[in-house]
Design a protein around this ligand. Structure first.
Ligand SMILES: C[S@@+](CC[C@H](N)C(=O)[O-])C[C@H]1O[C@@H](n2cnc3c(N)ncnc32)[C@H](O)[C@@H]1O
Length: 294
């Protein structure tokens, strides 16, 4: 499919290939080949992804650190490195004599000097799951905090593994919708073209579709994708929840927890309701059904 595509036609290219871990895929691919062959195979499709990427376009590669250290060295020869994003998700059991593997690598590259599109999400202040209180003390900087949330860092600790039966689209390997929404929101606009050559359960395509992007992809066994697209209602609700809880300084749930535990939010924070600055207190915000991100 990649070979059939014209050069420079894609705004955002993302890949989550098999990791050569001897996993079973419904497409029956051999997921245990030699390290040399695996890296050669990856470099082949990466070169095609680079070719079809528009100038200023973004390429993201999701893999284990073990593979991305090699694949990053290869991409460095053709693209501009932006970030190694660590996504804190435990993916293996502890192994004797090793550190506990606890992050996936998300490589982020740009074709050319400057990204054509870059608007990273802002994240809400992290709060205690029990009392809603801020986990970090922002001291005298509270009034300097952007009412739309905290700057996105290159370590993502807020991506939940796909565990919930309601959101889990198939037995293995589906990426969280929140991850794909974040990548797509950062490096594409409505109307942009998003590419993912390893469709799996179609998470990239769903996030792209529901946010008004065009998308193109491939998969050896498309049955899970076809089934998912037959009813997108669950994904729509999940995405609405994800989008309601980004680009805001406090999640409404956390404010409700603060209120329940008798905490008072500092008046120094600048908050917004419906995109407008507000001087209101926690009660008003918790009660407001208008507290949505703009
Ligand atoms: C790790 S999964 C991708 C999961 C996906 N990101 C999601 O969220 O559901 C990798 C997928 O690549 C597919 N695949 C492997 N080789 C392929 C190829 N040559 N062309 C297209 N798809 C391929 C496999 O069938 C598998 O579903």
């Amino acid at each position: 499919m990649l070979k059939a595509m014209p050069a420079e036609c894609v705004d955002l290219a993302f890949a989550d290939p098999p990791f050569n871990l001897n996993k079973e895929y419904s497409s029956k691919i051999n997921d245990k080949i030699s390290e040399v062959d695996y890296l050669e195979w990856c470099k082949n499709w990466l070169d095609e992804m680079v070719r079809v990427l528009k100038p200023g376009g973004a390429l993201f590669l999701w893999n284990l650190p073990k593979w991305n250290i090699h694949l990053g060295a290869h991409l460095n020869q053709q693209l501009n490195f932006r970030h190694w994003i660590s996504v804190d998700i435990k993916y293996s059991l502890p192994i004797t004599n090793r550190l506990y593997p606890s992050h996936y690598s998300l490589l982020y590259y740009i074709k050319g000097e400057k990204p054509a599109i870059f608007h990273p999400d802002r994240t809400p202040i992290s709060c205690c799951r029990h009392c809603g209180g801020e986990i970090r003390d922002y001291g005298g900087y509270k009034n300097k905090m952007n009412p739309k949330g905290v700057n996105l860092a290159d370590v993502w600790t807020d991506i939940p593994p796909v565990r919930h039966a309601k959101y889990k689209k198939r037995s293995a390997n589906a990426l969280p919708l929140k991850l794909m929404d974040r990548i797509i929101a950062m490096s594409s606009d409505a109307g942009s073209v998003v590419l993912d050559p390893f469709g799996g359960s179609g998470t990239t395509f769903v996030a792209a579709e529901l946010t008004g992007r065009h998308w193109i992809g491939s998969e050896l066994d498309c049955s899970a994708i076809a089934e998912r697209f037959a009813s997108l209602q669950g994904d729509k609700e999940h995405l609405l929840d994800i989008q309601t809880n980004k680009n805001i300084l406090f999640k409404q749930d956390d404010l409700a927890r603060q209120k329940k535990s008798g905490r008072k939010l500092s008046k120094d924070y600048r908050l917004q309701i419906n995109g407008d600055d507000c001087q209101c207190d926690t009660d008003e915000i918790v009660q407001s059904s208008l507290f949505v991100n703009s």
